[in-house]
Design a protein around this ligand. Structure first.
Ligand code: MG
Length: 351
């Protein structure tokens, strides 16, 4: 059995090896003790007539029918519509985003520009696939016969990187993006530790090869990074054109304890307030940017992330909150450690 020091050293060595890109030195070459990777049933490819099947471990974001994984940016119901098995942008409907948040991931998404084509340049079949909620855009545009600036064509990283080649199909035909997203990382003080990276295949052709983003994408200008959570929703842009989407699925990469959600703003607002316990203890839950809540415990501000519409957890320490607003009294149970039987119940006492 390993001593704690040896175990910690092993972890350190493994981490260093992972960061430097070297094989993990804890395992011999051809080591029979080395764990096997999880088994995944691969999916099938799409045809023009029919969307393919996602791999078995994917989170399905759009299956041709179900709109429930999608909301407007503020979390209210989206105005986008499901029509003939596709999710269609409605002019003036605003961006659509996932309720669930994702960090590093593989995203598959299919889209078709409106036909017959209307307008030109950035006005023709414009939408976008965004990571980091609405920060980092991979352009969606009818680029089959449509002149525009190179860093604004289909599959460009908008305003930063043109594609390596133009692999666009004509409007009306289904096109695929297969995207590898690496989220930027920030330290506790909000300083940038590593930049965002994107790899994009457009219709199976490599068009972005692990490019490093300068910061959020923008029309005119390249704004600097500003700290945000690693996991955030994926969004699509309303640029006024009825672009259609289908067969959207995502595989989150890396280890996460819980799925994470960005809840509607109105629901988050309702949780903020003062809670008390036996007229003695009290606590105050407040809102933070990016859909997070704050709970001060012992002089430390614990940041809470949503694991469901009622269940929140902290990343830095094992603190969890379970809200229960189903009865006449609004309640929150706070747990330190995994033991929910010993949850401390609090009741809402004020704003
Ligand atoms: Mg766009």
């Amino acid at each position: 059995m390993k001593t704690p020091v040896a175990a910690a050293f092993g972890l350190f060595v493994a981490l260093t090896a992972t960061l430097s890109g070297a094989p993990d030195p804890r395992w011999l070459g051809h080591d029979r003790e080395r764990p096997q990777p999880p088994v995944v049933q691969p999916g099938t490819f799409s045809s023009p007539e029919q969307p393919g099947r996602p791999p078995s471990d994917a989170v399905v974001l759009f299956d041709g029918k179900d709109l429930s994984p999608w909301v407007a940016l503020d979390g209210s119901p989206t105005k986008w519509v499901v029509k003939d098995g596709a999710l269609e942008c409605v002019r003036g409907g605003g961006y659509v985003r996932t309720l669930q948040s994702f960090g590093d991931c593989q995203l598959h998404i299919e889209w078709a520009a409106p036909t017959p084509p209307q307008d030109s340049s950035q006005g023709r079949g414009n939408s976008g696939v965004f990571f980091g909620l609405d920060r980092y855009e991979i352009q969606v545009l009818d680029s089959s016969d449509n002149q525009t600036y190179a860093d604004g064509s289909a599959a460009s990283i908008y305003g930063q990187y043109p594609t390596l080649v133009n692999a666009a199909r004509p409007p009306g035909q289904w096109q695929t993006y297969d995207i590898i997203w690496t989220a930027p990382r920030f330290d506790d003080e909000g300083a940038l530790r590593s930049k965002a990276r994107l790899t994009v295949f457009h219709n199976g052709v490599l068009v972005q090869n692990n490019v490093e983003l300068t910061g959020p994408t923008a029309w005119v200008g390249r704004p600097p990074y500003q700290a945000h959570p690693e996991r955030l929703p994926i969004a699509m842009q309303d640029h006024g054109n009825p672009v259609r989407f289908r067969n959207i699925w995502v595989r989150e990469l890396g280890q996460h304890r819980h799925p994470e959600f960005r809840l509607p703003e109105a629901l988050l607002d309702s949780y903020a307030g003062a809670y008390g316990r036996n007229q003695k203890a009290s606590l105050k839950i407040t809102r933070l940017p990016d859909g997070l809540l704050s709970l001060p415990i012992g002089g430390t501000e614990v940041v809470l992330h949503a694991a469901s519409p009622t269940h929140f957890y902290a990343l830095t320490t094992d603190v969890q909150c379970q809200f229960d607003f189903s009865g006449p009294v609004k309640k929150v149970a706070v747990t330190v450690g995994e033991d929910f039987a010993r949850a401390m119940p609090f009741e809402r006492i004020g704003p």
